[in-house]
Ligand binder design. Structure first.
Ligand code: ADE
Ligand code: ZN
Length: 334
């Protein structure tokens, strides 16, 4: 039986999604037509999306981000992202934005770009009924000083833009763990920001312990927790949400085979797992594909999928009253 109609109807949140990773080659071509620089054709745009390993993937992500330049570019990619999510029955998205890449490589101000994103967000909320908020993501291997600029900008802009809810660190864990960001995470928490960390994607469980030690409220990927029963127990006991991204882990080579992926073992151990698409344009899979994969390859029943959707709402940074309303919709879905 195809689970797709049920999956589409299921109200769900996407909690681990990079704005830049939703940009398709077709959209890059559209952007370049307006940018007035050497126009990009579809073949050249598609070539940017090729990679063979995790390092190559990060380079592809950077190359795509570099093609986003103006407020209008950010407005268009945000609109297309939210339209695509709404078509899949996503009711809320917490979206990583690589402010760290913009500062480090583009060396431009972020405020105008945020203004473009906000226009698209407000419009989508009114027209499609989907809500979204922003998680300012730093690139960990650029170091704490660069991350400080990202996090402090999030703290500063939050008063005017409450849609900025949190911070995170992405990039290459093999080059920098979470520990050097401890003080910055404390500062961000004191400023009212919620804390996420990409952890245990390319390194072992020690990367996840470090993320918990600096106060991470949600773990991005958490793939290597399976190697450490004590860590699994802590994650389950404290109900720390893990933002699972199965297709991402397979495509970047972080997980060799789908049958090796710990998704089902985490779920069965009582860990609060959520399904996410990470960078759908780079991995060729949307959130609904992640739910289909869970059903088709991991044996999740409709009731399990309902639980995963409920987890995505509970693990979100939404206010309690909206969580309750959405959880009721999930429960009563026939
Ligand atoms: N930036 C975008 N996607 C990422 C991922 N999966 N890991 C680290 N950094 C990223
Ligand atoms: Zn990610």
């Amino acid at each position: 039986m195809d689970a797709l109609p049920f999956i589409r109807r299921l109200p769900k949140a996407e909690l681990h999604l990079h704005l830049e990773g939703t940009v398709t080659p077709e959209t890059l071509v559209d952007l370049s037509a307006h940018q007035g620089v050497g126009a990009l054709d579809l073949a050249r745009a598609r070539a940017l999306f090729r990679y063979t390993d995790f390092t190559g993937f990060l380079m592809a992500f950077k190359a795509i981000t570099e093609h986003l330049r103006s407020a209008e570019d950010y407005e268009l990619v945000t609109s297309r992202m939210l339209e695509r999510l709404a078509r899949q029955g996503v009711v809320h998205a917490e979206v990583y934005v690589s402010v760290g890449v913009v500062y480090y490589w583009q060396r431009c101000e972020f405020e105008p770009l945020l203004a473009g994103m906000e226009r698209a967000r407000v419009r989508a909320e009114a027209q499609l009924g989907i809500s979204a908020c922003w998680i300012f993501d730093a690139v960990r291997h650029f170091g704490p000083e660069e991350a400080a600029r990202v996090f402090r900008k999030a703290a500063e802009l939050r008063a005017e833009f409450p849609s900025i809810v949190g911070i995170g660190i992405g990039g290459d864990e093999r080059r920098t763990g979470a520990e050097p960001f401890r003080d910055l995470y404390a500062e961000a928490r004191d400023a009212g920001l919620r804390l996420t960390v990409h952890a245990g994607e390319t390194v072992g469980p020690e990367g996840i312990w470090a993320a918990l030690n600096i106060g991470a409220e949600r773990i991005g990927h958490g793939l290597s927790a399976i190697q450490d029963p004590d860590l699994m127990e802590v994650l389950a006991e404290r109900q720390i949400p893990v933002e699972i991204c199965v297709t991402s882990n397979l495509k970047t080579g972080c997980c060799a085979r789908v049958e090796d992926h710990p998704l089902r073992r985490y779920f069965d151990s009582g860990i609060m797992v959520t399904l996410n698409s990470d960078d759908p344009a780079l991995f060729g899979a949307d959130l609904e594909d992640e739910y289909r994969l869970a059903a088709g390859r991991f044996g999740f029943t409709e009731e399990h999928l309902r639980e995963l959707a409920a987890n995505s709402i509970e693990a979100s940074f939404l206010p309690p009253e909206r969580k309750v309303a959405l959880l009721r919709r999930i429960e009563s879905l026939e």
